[in-house]
Design a protein around this ligand. Structure first.
Ligand code: PHE
Length: 454
């Protein structure tokens, strides 16, 4: 009765889908303001160290578990360690994905709204709502909810078509468009007078802003940006054929993701500098989450060809957000299909309903529910904080512990090299294995402890 499980149709499709998961709001919306707060290039440097030493090995392991397990996170763990408690790590991953999707769709909704408004502004005399401040928009009790649900609906509409026709096909189109568009915005940004100061800011490190908190933030950002620790890579990997090279794929995805974060920084930060100097102001790139939605529209409105740049930029933001949101939704949907035996359509509806309700609360926390706090954080900040700074690193750590201590070394190396068919130097394979077994669990715990005590 069971249909055979779908797989990705091609290597390019698989890589672009995974890159699509990784490249998202984390790169465009989060990375530049994190960098702004944490010393520019100093942050990039720490980020890259975290990426290579902790995240890449965890990503390889997540990929490996998914491909070997060949199922959603819950049953992949169960197949590799039958009947054990390890499968609850898989369940935690599904939960983490649902939590991330719930606040992610709010920001995704903002990008729908800003795209719509920048089109209205460019093609008609009306200012639309664009003239409204960001604060007025997000605190409105209704409008942001509508956009949140539109975004979630868009995500669901892609997932319904399944792995090849939905996820793979759309990721290919959207990621290609995304790269072309963002390069156009970078060219516009870099050719503004004064833009080079922004570039200097990005690439000259300021270590005075680095604290223990910076290291935790860099780690959280790296996990978030690579989509690891919550089953997205695992679930996509379960649709991958056995002949793919796990290490090479993971390295490519990490490389593209980091490259894209830096390109997105180049689209934003130099423009902010240029316009600030034009107005005789000090540039402020540590404006926090509002950087993209408050500072940038102001920047666009003051630069030549700004309305075209605004449309392109918010389109890029939306494309990036959708390709990531589909990977989050697919984790939950695969779980519902395989563990609760529902059709894909019903699974999408269920996920839409649950994340939609939580998303509404996240969205309302900027307006009517702003006084409601969970551990002194607003609902939105709470979900953002516990997922990126706690659930993803802990999920990643448990994944590493599982891969390093529960899977046998021979099995790990066998899967990594596709049974010896992929030629990876032995020292490299062993280095990865021991990074996973020892360095990742210890490193992640130490960073946590350090943060707790400082
Ligand atoms: N990596 C995505 C981004 O950078 C967010 C994400 C996190 C997606 C975790 C899936 C899983 O925006």
């Amino acid at each position: 009765m069971n249909k055979p499980r779908e797989t990705f149709g091609s290597r390019t499709g698989m890589l672009l889908a995974m890159a699509g998961s990784a490249i998202g709001l984390g790169n465009i919306w989060r990375f530049p303001y994190m960098m702004g707060k944490n010393g520019g290039a100093a942050f990039i440097l720490i980020y890259i160290i975290m990426l290579v030493v902790l995240c890449l090995p965890v990503m390889v392991s997540e990929y490996l578990i998914g491909r070997r397990g060949g199922s959603n996170p819950f049953s992949s763990f169960d197949r590799l360690a039958p009947g054990s408690k390890w499968r609850w790590i898989g369940f935690l991953a599904v939960l983490a994905s649902a939590c991330i999707l719930s606040f992610y769709c709010v920001v995704g909704g903002w990008s729908v709204k800003y795209l719509a408004d920048s089109c209205i502004l460019a093609f008609s005399d009306s200012q639309g709502d664009y003239a409204l401040s960001f604060g007025t928009f997000i605190s409105n009790p209704w409008k942001p909810l509508l956009y949140t649900l539109i975004f979630l609906g868009l995500t669901g509409a892609i997932i319904v078509f399944g792995v090849r026709k939905g996820i793979e096909r759309m990721s290919k189109v959207m990621i290609t468009m995304l790269f072309v568009i963002i390069v156009m915005v970078v060219i516009r940004s870099l050719t503004l007078p004064g833009a080079m100061e922004g570039v200097k800011y990005m690439f000259v490190p300021d270590f005075s802003k680095v604290t223990a908190g910076t290291v935790v933030s860099a780690m959280g950002q790296a996990f978030f940006s690579l989509s690891i620790g919550c089953g997205c890579i695992l679930t996509y990997a379960s649709y991958v054929k056995k002949e793919e090279n796990i290490l090479a794929s993971s390295a490519w995805i990490s490389f593209f993701d980091t490259l894209f974060a830096i390109i997105a920084g180049l689209a934003i930060i130099p423009a902010v500098y240029a316009i600030a100097y034009m107005n005789g102001l000090e540039p402020d790139v540590s404006a926090g989450p509002g950087l993209v939605f408050i500072t940038l529209p102001g920047v666009f409105s003051q630069m030549p060809l700004g309305s075209a740049a605004a449309i392109l930029f918010f389109l890029a933001l939306l494309l990036a957000a959708v390709t990531s949101a589909i990977s989050l939704m697919e984790v939950v949907v695969a779980f519902i299909i395989e563990e609760m035996h529902r059709s894909r359509k019903k699974a999408v509806l269920l996920c839409f309903a649950v994340c939609g309700v939580v998303g509404v609360f996240c969205s309302l926390s900027f307006g009517p529910l702003s006084d409601f706090k969970l551990f002194s954080l607003s609902v939105f900040d709470f979900f953002d904080y516990i997922t990126s700074n706690i659930m993803l690193p802990v999920g990643g750590m448990l994944l590493a512990v599982f891969a390093g201590w529960r899977l046998k070394r021979a099995n790990y190396l066998d899967e990594l090299t596709n049974g010896g068919k992929v030629r990876i130097p032995r020292w490299l394979a062993l280095t990865i294995y021991y990074l996973v077994k020892l360095v990742a669990p210890v490193g992640i715990s130490l960073i946590f402890l350090n943060c707790l005590f400082s």
